[in-house]
Write a new protein. Structure first.
Length: 365
């Protein structure tokens, strides 16, 4: 079981009036990127906090680069039967949807379409290399969790019941009862389905008077490999999480409070699970939220990557700090005066690509 927590700082947007950049990826003397994010203290501008990650991607990082570094290396494992889970976490407006879904232009495509593209390419190659001895099929499920209720995004919003879909445990796994699954032959198939279901999400959201930033959207790609010997099944899940900002600060409506409580709870449980996995604990508290339950987070021999999206601007200051504090393993490792030079220590890598003990790595003053 391995987990990586990485940070991605988005660039400034054209329309943005606040141009005060306060979040930085620390760099070494030779200009190499580090694993550290720096942000000033909101109380004392002369003080700065530093947070450690497995990797930090700065404003210049392209979609391709992020995919190549953080997702592509896990495709082999997926086809060997491991489950791969990718989360985008962060405040609304920091680039979660951009990271996961991305733009329409080829270069702007996010993790999800790139993942599917790689899955199809690999499937074809396996079928070819085995002379058809291994058949690979791909099927999609797409759903959202809003106020701790599960809604199928492959179905039209009219079919939604207020209570959402029930969960059931069978063979040690949690299933969403009645969740649809669609076979997907190629990238074109996928894109059509994905665009349609994202429209379902928007329509349903307006009806429920909820904004997409307050639900978790989970895309599940099931890869089934069939040979004469048997069937190997594994899943890649890509999750665009609800915004981690404190909704209570901006709106006191009752509905918001309910949403806010549901979001906070599930994001808290998620971070607890990531913590437990990275510590190598036997007991992962995955049962304590629907999202982590459905994903059986940490229960199988899988790979988890959490991408913390950050906006570099002062207007996000408090929310950014709290997202840095919550994203587990991204521990605050030092409080220092701004004038100090950062002494960067290379973090050792293990064979699995999992970086050990980042949070515990002491920084020399
Ligand atoms: P979130 O889903 O976290 O609320 P979005 O993905 O919608 O945030 O991003 C907010 C805005 O910032 C969008 O206009 C998006 O296109 C833009 N954006 C986010 N990340 C990047 C990036 N790395 N490069 C260029 N634009 C970005
Ligand atoms: Mg979004």
């Amino acid at each position: 079981m391995s987990v990586r927590v990485v940070a991605r700082i988005r660039p400034l947007l054209e329309k943005e009036l606040d141009k005060d950049i306060i979040v930085h990826a620390a760099s070494t003397e030779d200009g190499k990127p580090t694993t550290l994010v720096r942000i000033p203290s909101p109380k004392n501008g002369a003080e700065e906090f530093t947070f450690a990650f497995n990797s930090v991607y700065d404003q210049q990082t392209s979609q391709e680069e992020l995919f190549t570094q953080e997702v592509a290396p896990h495709l082999k494992a997926l086809f060997q039967g491991l489950d791969v889970t990718l989360f985008a976490y962060g405040v609304t407006g920091t680039g979660k949807t951009h990271t996961m879904r991305g733009g329409m232009k080829l270069a702007e495509r996010g993790v999800i379409p790139r993942l599917l593209s790689s899955v199809f390419r690999r499937s074809k190659k396996i079928a070819k290399d085995t002379n058809g001895g291994t058949q690979v099929s791909v099927a999609l499920s797409y759903y959202e969790i809003y106020n701790d209720k599960v809604f199928d995004l492959l179905e039209s919003p009219e079919k939604r019941t207020p209570a959402g879909l029930p969960l059931r445990e069978a063979n040690g796994k949690t299933h969403v009862v009645g969740l649809s699954e669609r076979p997907c032959e190629d990238l074109k198939d996928f894109e059509k389905l994905y665009i349609e279901s994202n429209l379902n999400r928007v329509t349903a959201s307006t009806k429920l008077n909820a904004h997409s930033s307050r639900s978790h959207a989970i895309l599940r790609v099931k890869v089934t490999q069939t040979t004469e010997e048997g069937v190997l099944e594994s899943t890649a899940s890509a999750i665009d999480l609800a915004g981690s900002e404190d909704n209570r600060r901006t709106d006191n409506g009752k509905e918001r409070l309910v949403e806010s409580a549901a979001i906070n709870k599930s994001l808290f449980v998620l971070s607890q699970c990531i913590d437990a996995i990275s510590r190598g604990d036997k007991r992962i508290p995955f049962r304590e939220s629907k999202m982590t339950r459905i994903l059986s987070l940490g229960q199988n021999n899988g790979i988890t990557v959490m991408i913390l999206n950050l906006a570099p601007l002062r207007s996000y200051h408090l929310d950014t700090l709290s997202s840095l504090n919550v994203s587990s393993r991204a521990k605050r490792i030092e409080v220092r005066e701004i004038e100090n030079e950062i002494v960067y220590k290379q973090v050792p890598r293990t064979n699995s690509g999992n970086i050990q003990g980042v949070a515990r790595q002491p920084l020399r003053p």
